[in-house]
Design a binder for this molecule. Structure first.
Ligand code: HEM
Length: 172
């Protein structure tokens, strides 16, 4: 999956890096871009029954965290991209992208931690979400134990999830 999505990740990384997270407006646009894809993807996961596949879903969901950050910065998280309904295999692909985004978030949090603007430091529920809970590692364990999924569908959904983030970043 990493190979199948590495080009998409590189592009998204470049796109997201264009937001200057050390400035109030740059950080807010970054959060809006992230929310624009995260909210509809998490909604599609819930709709598809993600909590049956991942019983710890409440611990993984970040819609409330990113919405709270945006509210703190005086913005609603409303301009979301549209995503297609997910099949069970599709859920795994979407979860791969969302859980993987925590790895980038950990790195971005360091940039944010260095900024002098206190408003930014008070709105990091999304970037710091799940830190120390080994959610990526437990996701990988779950991925390895999944026997019945359709690999093409998983990859297709992962690519679509990356595309949703790219679209949301274009619009932010
Ligand atoms: C500027 C933004 C980003 C940076 C700097 C970044 C950085 C990174 C880094 C350093 C890793 C590897 C960490 C490791 O192997 O321990 C990683 C992995 C990953 N990132 Fe990002 N990332 C960013 C944004 C995103 C976003 C927005 C998404 C998804 C929406 C994402 C999805 C992933 C995935 C799925 C992986 C796992 C790859 C794998 O090992 O299979 N990243 N990222």
């Amino acid at each position: 999956m990493r190979d199948a999505t590495s080009a998409a990740h590189r592009e998204l990384d470049a796109q997201m890096s264009a937001f200057d997270l050390a400035t109030f407006s740059g950080y807010r646009r970054f959060l809006q871009a992230s929310a624009g894809a995260l909210l509809p993807l998490e909604a599609a996961l819930v709709e598809a029954g993600v909590a049956r596949m991942f019983p710890d879903w409440p611990e993984r969901a970040r819609s409330a965290a990113i919405t709270a950050d945006l509210v703190r910065l005086g913005k609603d998280a409303n301009a979301t991209v549209s995503v297609l309904p997910l099949t069970p295999s599709g859920m795994i692909g979407a979860m791969y992208v969302l859980e993987g985004s925590r790895l980038g978030a950990k790195f971005l949090l360091k940039t944010v931690a260095d900024t002098a603007d206190p408003r930014i430091g008070e709105a990091t529920a999304y970037l710091s979400h799940g830190a120390g809970h080994r959610l990526w590692q437990s996701f990988l364990a779950k991925l390895a134990s999944e026997q019945t999924c359709d690999e093409d569908e998983v990859i297709e959904a992962a690519r679509s999830a990356f595309a949703a983030f790219e679209q949301a970043a274009d619009r932010a």
